[in-house]
Design a protein around this ligand. Sequence first.
Ligand code: ZN
Length: 322
Amino acid sequence: MPLVTTTEMFKKAYDGGYAVGAFNVNNMEIVQGITEAAGELKSPVILQVSKGARAYANHTYLVKMVEAAVAENPEIPIALHLDHGDSFELCKSCIDGGFTSVMIDMSSKPFEENIAITKQVVEYAHDHGAVVEAELGTLAGVEDEVVVEAGNESYTKPEEVEEFVSRTGCDSLAIAIGTSHGAYKFTPEQCTRNEEGILVPPPLRFDVLDEVVKKLPGFPIVLHGSSSVPQEFVKMVNQYGGNMPDAIGIPEEQLRKAAQSAVCKINIDSDIRLAMTAVIRQYMTEHPDHFDPRQYLKPARQAVKDMVSRKIVNVLGSDNKI
Ligand SMILES: [Zn+2]
């Protein structure tokens, strides 16, 4: 099948009590690792591209690689999505260039401005067969060019969501309930430590999610910043010459619970970066004489595939859902 929008994916995910993973792509090995995992597990998948990824890899290269993945996995519904679009022009350029879905993130702007620009993107997207994710509330953390200091984040206000969705016409809504971008989602001061000295983050605000769902029954909700930063990979990075003290994520069981609710899309990026880097660090340390990039990118690609498989089965529940 050709690239699809997320409309049908989200309807099935909502009704089926699972979520579709949205994984960021930057190069060939990442595209292959993600889609091989989705193909083997018969899972729908969203490949998403940030503004930074587009600047790094070039729009045409990314689209053509995703088209190759679609051709290699004809049974799997695959959507191509712009992550954190920051202007109408960027969203338009991606829609014109073959994306089936865009996010317009005006969450840092005042409510009325967020509505006005989101509505403009929705009108263009719907006229061109694409769908739109919008955002209310602000996540802490760092994602490419989006930087929000801890303490400046704000939870989504449930009393705003109904008016926002009806006035903009957006197709899905990203909300802030305590997830966060990056591999350092919380400061040690925000956390407790378990008996092994590992940071334990504050729990997600499921009460906020429940209030949002009451206001928007049947409407697909999106969670950003939902990597779990598995400690075995942090340890590997640190063991093989890296330095990532106190890297911390969202526990997978909390995300699993979210996936069973109205949350239909869960964004995972840092865990892929972490797995690739850990494996490459290990490889380089163990094979100091090797210099063919294929030698270390092959296990790195396998690490992406393994991480995505783990997410599909343990967190998203989207296996065998095509
Ligand atoms: Zn995000």
